[in-house]
Structure formats: C-alpha cells, structure tokens
Ligand binder design. Structure first.
Ligand code: FAD
Length: 342
C-alpha cells in the first residue's frame, strides 16, 4: 500500500555508533539503510574533530576521529549498507502490519520492522545568520548547503563565512555563477592553506568579489532575494546584488524531529532498558549519545556495546521464525562467509 523501500533495519544517524551497528546487525544477516543529514558518515568524529586524537578506543592507543570513521567504514563494507546522506529524518510512524515507516525531508521512504535511533547529540543543523526575515527566503534564495550545483548557474551569489565550506564553494561555483561575492567579518580565514591561497588568487584575478563586512540585511520579496545588505566601518551600509545567499557559519546539534516521534524523552535523551537498549515503542531502539539509562557514559565504546545488544533483540523482530545462535567470528564459518573471509 505504501511506496517505501523495504529493509530489515533503518539506522537514523551515521555517527560511529550507527556505523558499528551495521556491523553487529550484518553479522546476524540483517540488512540496513543508514540515514544522516550530514553529507558524509562519521557524526561528531568526522564533523567536529576529524584531526583530533582519541585515546580510549579499545585496542587503538591513539586514533583520530576521521581514521576511526574510515576503519568503521572498512569494517562494515562486507554488509554493503545503503547510505542516504543530506536527508533529515522527519517522520517515524507505525504501519498497519506493525512495521515502521521512516520518512525524510528529501522524500526517502523506508519500511522496516526495526529502527535504530543513533542520532547522537541530534541532527547537525546549520547556524542561521541573525537576519530579520531570513526564514522567508530559506529554500528559495537562502541555502545552507549545495545539493545541486545547477541551482546556482548564471546567478549572482553571495557566500558568507570564512571556513572551508565557504571558501570551497566560492571557488567551485565561480565557474558557473554569474558572480560570486565572499563576505567575511575579518580579513583572515580558518580554512586549508591551499584554499586560502586559491581564494586570494581568484580575488586578485577578479573572479571572486571579497567584502570584509558583516551581513546586515536581506532585500527582496516573496522569497526572492535581490540584494544582500552589508556593513563595515569603512563603507558603512551598502548592498550587493544577489539572487542567492549561502551562509556557511558552521553547524550546531539539535534534537530536531525526533522530539515528535512519540517516544518518551528525558531531557532530550531517549530512555532505554539496558538489556536491549529498546525505547518505549517495540522495535525502536536508541543507541549511542542519544540514549539515557542509569550509569550511562557518553563514550563511543558504550555505543558499540549498546549496538551489539540491541542487534540481538532486533533479530527477533526481523526474523521472528528463526532462532539466533551465539557464535564467535573467530570460529564460525557462517559469520566468516558473511564477512567475505571464508
Ligand atoms: P553522533 O556522532 O552524534 O552522530 C549522530 C548522527 O546522527 C549525526 O551525524 C547527526 O547528523 C545524525 N542525526 C541526528 N538526528 C538526525 C535526523 N533526524 N535525521 C538525520 N540524521 C540525524 N568520545 C569518546 O569515546 N572518546 C573521546 O576521546 C571523545 N572525544 C570527543 C571530543 C570532542 C571534541 C567531541 C565533540 C566528542 C568527543 N567524544 C569522545 C564523544 C563522541 O564523539 C560521541 O560519544 C560519539 O560521536 C557518539 O556517537 P553517535 O553515533 O551516538 O552520535
């Protein structure tokens, strides 16, 4: 009756815990789809501290955030999960047959007997510049990510920010846009040195406009931007023509739509039992930073353990007619076949 893609388990969140869950579920021969609003896997490790060393991952005396993510991706490769990136999960509803329907803002629909919420500190959400009326332009003239480059072909673009995203997109879009103007509050950038020098060259060559200024306002009507108003000490208040504004001011984590899934919540965390890390609704599990129980530690290693136990119970929902046998990866040829090593 619904047009959803069917799978065994939908995992909300591609952080380290969501990724390791693919492994634990895969050992039990359960297939997964993984959804994340970010454009890449790894959650906090990849987004907030890719270069920082972590010292408390078992058997890794030291590993950076990004290396941990890369190792997890390698480990789950045999199970070929389907990733849906840049998709915010907005709906979680029960189907008549008892399964769950998961829906995203980008139109992804998945039906599964089991859902793992591995949403960490919540969905990464772009920081919005404090400009009056900006909501009215979002999605039509104001964009916090580039999903389709064609959207910006032949347009006057104002890009705001001084980090890698702002510089990378200013450099990338200058070829197809009518004009690109970069706006940053100071004449210094927190980006890769090679991007900074490429930007300086492009500004000198007249390919990118640069204003050291603050965003001060938006001009236009009915969601259509005409100009962005800027302000600085030297020039006062002035406008730059713009069909689109792309602010790249970084991301914050917000619980987001999970608050409306009908789950019990305790200070924005999802209470679970400690046998299976299941929520108040059967077949919905919460693992990693998003859950809470007596003694909870928000550590990656706790999330890994939770993923293993949740997977055991998930199997009962996904394969009610089968019995689960406890097996070691070292000695089980069944598991080794699943891992493509036997
Ligand atoms: P996250 O990593 O938060 O990932 C959750 C993902 O879910 C995110 O990508 C988010 O975008 C996505 N998501 C949420 N809601 C939705 C939705 N509705 N739709 C789509 N996607 C959604 N831990 C350690 O063990 N050791 C350390 O040394 C350590 N150092 C740290 C240093 C820093 C600077 C920080 C910030 C954290 C550190 N941590 C450390 C904590 C560790 O990063 C977290 O415990 C871990 O990332 C939790 O993993 P997770 O998979 O549960 O969630």
């Amino acid at each position: 009756p619904h047009d959803a893609v069917e799978t065994d388990v939908v995992i909300i969140g591609a952080g380290p815990v969501g990724l390791f869950a693919v492994f634990e579920l895969g050992l039990l021969d359960l297939r997964c789809h993984v959804i994340d609003v970010l454009d890449k896997p790894g959650g906090q490790c990849a987004e907030l501290y890719p270069e920082k060393p972590i010292y408390d991952i078992p058997a890794w005396p030291v590993i950076t955030g990004q290396d941990l993510v890369n190792r997890l991706l390698e480990q789950i490769e045999p199970f070929a999960p389907t990733f849906h990136h840049q998709q915010l999960v907005e709906g979680l509803t029960r189907l008549d047959d008892g399964r769950w329907l998961v829906e995203t803002d980008g139109g992804v629909k998945l039906a599964a007997p089991v859902v793992f919420i591995a949403a960490g500190g919540g969905s990464f959400t772009p920081k919005r510049p404090p400009l009056p009326g900006i909501e009215g332009f979002e999605g039509t003239s104001v964009f916090y990510a580039v999903r389709k480059r064609e959207t910006f072909a032949g347009k006057d673009l104002v890009i705001a920010g001084g980090g890698d995203s702002a510089l990378d997109w200013a450099l990338a879009l200058r070829t197809e846009a009518k004009s690109v103007t970069l706006v940053h509050h100071r004449d210094g950038f927190r980006a890769q040195p090679h991007s900074v020098s490429a930007l300086r060259d492009a500004v000198a060559a007249g390919e990118i406009g640069l204003h050291i200024a603050k965003l001060a306002g938006l001009e236009g009507a009915d969601g259509r931007l005409t100009d962005v108003r800027l302000e600085n000490a030297a020039q006062g208040s002035f406008v730059v023509p713009a069909d689109a504004l792309l602010p790249f001011y970084g991301l914050t984590m917000k619980l987001g739509p999970i608050a409306d899934f009908g789950l019990n919540l305790n200070e924005n965390l999802i209470p679970v039992d400690t046998e299976a890390y299941e929520t108040s609704r059967p077949g919905i599990f919460a693992i990693g930073d998003i859950n809470t129980y007596p003694g909870k530690l928000k550590l990656i290693l706790s999330g890994f353990h939770e993923a293993a136990l949740a997977s055991q119970k998930a199997f009962r929902y996904a394969r009610p007619e089968e019995r689960l046998r406890f097996q070691y990866t070292t000695s089980s040829t069944t598991l080794q076949k699943r891992l493509n090593v036997a």
